[in-house]
Design a protein around this ligand. Sequence first.
Ligand SMILES: N[C@@H](CCC(=O)N[C@@H](CS)C(=O)NCC(=O)O)C(=O)O
Length: 241
Amino acid sequence: MLELYHNTMSTCSQKVRLALAEKDLEYTSHYIDLGAFENLKPEYLAINPHGVVPTLVHDGYLVLESSVMCEYIDEVWPEPALSPGTALGRADMRAWMRYIEEVPTAAIRVPSFYKLWRQEVKDIPQKEFEQLSEAMSVRLDLFRQVRRSSSPNDDTYREAVENLGRVLDRVESALENGPWLIGEQFTIADIVLVPVIVRMEDLGMSDMWAHKPTVARWYQNVQSRPSFGIAYCDGSRIEME
Ligand SMILES: N[C@@H](CCC(=O)N[C@@H](CS)C(=O)NCC(=O)O)C(=O)O
């Protein structure tokens, strides 16, 4: 039995929902309201001490970290394969996964927070923020940065957008060798990139790949997969006013 603690809008949850949908796996869904800080409540921290979503539970055993969950799902349910059959191919895929986690997954949080939740985060009364901080282990720096930010277009914001631009350049050249990041096979490397590109589109940043036809084609191919419609269930996309 599979259970997923997640949030529809969370990019990390979307990765895991994509992997589950690729395998046609059903799961019991537990919705965690990030706006209400349910992720920082003691009952949730007991299953995920980082206080973040998603958390996967398989037959009562916990699996943490969204990319690890994708690899776990692929190992336990190997068909259809989401990883290459060779060690070198898997190394290539994992190198992309690490890069995507380190650069664009981190970068996209900045425009997400700055454009969507900046004022809300700034408005949290200091006393309440200090209490929440005690439970925040991995997102405290970002929350502090957002609270400190003097404008929605500060250096942190501009640097994050610059980083996303560099990622698109790198993705563009990789896609000259095949439809997917590591060639002919759709893998977990593609899955972990999808939520970044979707969020960029939702935030009105799709002009950043307007002159990158390989990236536009990759995104179209991603959206044509049945898993996309399943993973991006109602409430997953952000509608900007
Ligand atoms: N490295 C973790 C990061 C998870 C993460 O940052 N999740 C975000 C949502 S995408 C979260 O729960 N944030 C809590 C918050 O914003 O308070 C993973 O990939 O599972």
